[in-house]
Design a protein around this ligand. Structure first.
Ligand SMILES: NC(=O)c1ccc[n+]([C@@H]2O[C@H](COP(=O)([O-])OP(=O)(O)OC[C@H]3O[C@@H](n4cnc5c(N)ncnc54)[C@H](O)[C@@H]3O)[C@@H](O)[C@H]2O)c1
Length: 265
């Protein structure tokens, strides 16, 4: 007996696919046979991952746009006929959200300003809504599809000093559940993957400028049953599975990928 996942004939887009979890998801989807559209608002990153896939014999194109720009999202995704949407773009730190300045924790919510909150929502929640809105018409018209959104344990169990990010990620998870209920009849499944701490460039940037963040990661690690940071490939296998026909009766769920962190709660 054997079991393989074959996504050939499927078109997938991974937002924020230029590095970290997004890049690993692009490579894994391509390895399973999907044609992959690599999105990232840093064009060079998207191009590099698309090239990596092509050089490995897969099929990929780069599609640089900002997921928070609804017009750009609609133009790019609408033109592609996407069967598999991986809403991965997002970040906990302002630097990666707007591409400028140091990555810093926002600190105590009581000290923040409403202007600080908006950019977390723009990418982590509205970005997910924009891409989902743009991808659904083709999925509905073609009789099926997969939407997978990368959320965070920060939004599931709460995380101090990250309240706006946690709120945006929890919002994305709630959005997913609502959409799952709307489109199940169309053969479209909609699920979340909730991550704890995964060793990526984004995490390194966040930790580099914040002793408090480094301390928090150390403390969290002590609570992981599998006592190490996650790696992007710890996530990509579940992305491919949820994208496959093997997962066609799984929808509206949030899957923790977190080394067993939340079982301690
Ligand atoms: N790494 C972690 O510990 C961790 C934990 C929980 C959740 N997550 C979530 O997992 C996802 C991936 O995280 P990562 O650590 O791989 O991130 P990362 O910062 O390493 O990579 C994210 C990529 O997304 C791109 N991006 C950011 N904003 C964008 C936008 N508006 N439009 C298009 N592209 C954009 C960036 O350029 C970058 O290449 C994110 O949604 C993040 O919030 C990560």
């Amino acid at each position: 007996m054997s079991f393989t996942i074959d996504l050939s004939g499927r078109a997938a887009i991974v937002t924020g696919g230029g590095q970290g979890v997004g890049r690993a998801s692009c490579l894994a989807l391509a390895a399973a046979g999907a044609r992959v559209v690599v999105n990232d608002f840093v064009a060079d990153r998207a191009a590099a991952v698309a090239k990596e896939i092509e050089q490995a014999g897969g099929s990929a194109t780069a599609s640089p746009f900002d997921v928070s720009d609804y017009q750009a999202v609609t133009r790019a995704i609408g033109a592609e006929g996407i069967d598999i949407l991986v809403n991965n773009a997002g970040n906990a730190g302002p630097a990666a959200v707007d591409g400028r300045g140091p990555s810093v924790s926002l600190g105590e919510f009581a000290d923040t300003d409403p202007a600080d909150w908006e950019r977390y929502f723009a990418v982590n929640l509205y970005g997910v809504m924009n891409c989902t809105r743009a991808a659904l018409p083709h999925m509905i018209g073609s009789g099926g599809g997969r939407i997978i959104t990368i959320v965070s344990d920060a939004g599931r169990v709460g995380e101090p000093h990250m309240a706006p990010y946690a709120a945006a990620k929890a919002g994305a998870a709630g959005f997913t559940r609502a959409i799952a209920r709307e489109v199940g009849r169309d053969g479209i499944t909609v699920n979340n993957i909730a991550l704890a701490t995964v060793d990526t460039v984004g995490l390194a940037e966040l930790a580099r400028d914040s002793p408090e963040m480094r301390d928090r990661i150390e403390r969290q690690l002590r609570r992981y049953i599998v006592p190490r940071l996650g790696q992007p490939d710890d996530v990509s296998g579940l992305v491919v599975f949820l994208a496959s026909s093997a997962a066609s009766w799984i929808t509206g769920q949030t899957y923790p990928v977190n080394g067993g962190y939340s079982v301690n709660l």
